[in-house]
Write a protein that binds this ligand. Structure first.
Ligand code: 5GP
Length: 181
């Protein structure tokens, strides 16, 4: 798998250190609020697993699986819910945990949907933020790293379901997906 990676952007150690900082901040901000962390499957599973271990306050987790229609490396913002939450979120402090915010279309759709269920608050924690690709404004409340306009994989992020198990985040070589769009 490693031979398909053009460049490692964030090592296992860098990710660990950064996730620790984000977890500490969330612990402070949500003290006494018993937040519900909503993991967006599948990409955010590894981030969630590490993040919750850095959160020192009572909290709960739930999972939502969505698929976005579009090309293999781009989303269109038309999201389809494959698995909805099991937890009612009315009156809860909800923190969405996402792998990467790119155009912003997915997070815009998810926050609008969850917003209709009247949570006490609704915020976004994303591991990666590809700011320069934004098509629609999305308020990212917590982020791990900003990334350049490149297709990245590893630490939960995939290309055609591969590379999620890489412990680091790297740029996928273009030749792997070029011509397959
Ligand atoms: P958006 O709707 O913000 O354009 O895209 C969000 C979704 O697109 C992410 O949850 C992720 O599934 C996918 N995505 C966007 N950029 C990347 C990337 O660089 N690598 C991977 N693996 N997925 C990405």
């Amino acid at each position: 798998m490693k031979e398909d990676i053009k460049e490692i952007l964030f090592s296992e150690e860098e990710i660990k250190n950064r996730v620790k900082i984000v977890g500490k901040k969330i612990s402070e901000d949500y003290k006494g609020k018993f937040p519900l962390l909503v993991c967006i499957l599948r990409g955010a599973f590894m981030f969630l697993a590490d993040l919750v271990r850095e959160i020192e306050i009572p909290m709960s987790v739930d999972f939502m699986a969505i698929s976005s229609y579009g090309g293999r490396t781009e989303s269109t913002g038309q999201v389809k819910i494959l698995k909805d939450l099991d937890t009612p979120i009315k009156g809860r402090h909800v923190l969405i945990v996402e792998d990467i915010v790119d155009t912003g279309l997915t997070m815009d759709a998810v926050t609008r949907l969850l917003g209709t269920r009247k949570p006490a608050s609704l915020k976004i924690a994303t591991l990666l933020d590809k700011v320069e690709r934004r098509k629609i404004p999305v308020k990212v409340d917590y982020y791990g790293f900003r990334v350049p306009n490149e297709f990245v994989v590893g630490y939960g992020l995939d290309y055609e379901e591969k590379y999620r198990n890489l412990p680091f985040i790297g740029i996928l070589k273009e030749e792997i997906y070029k011509g397959k769009e």
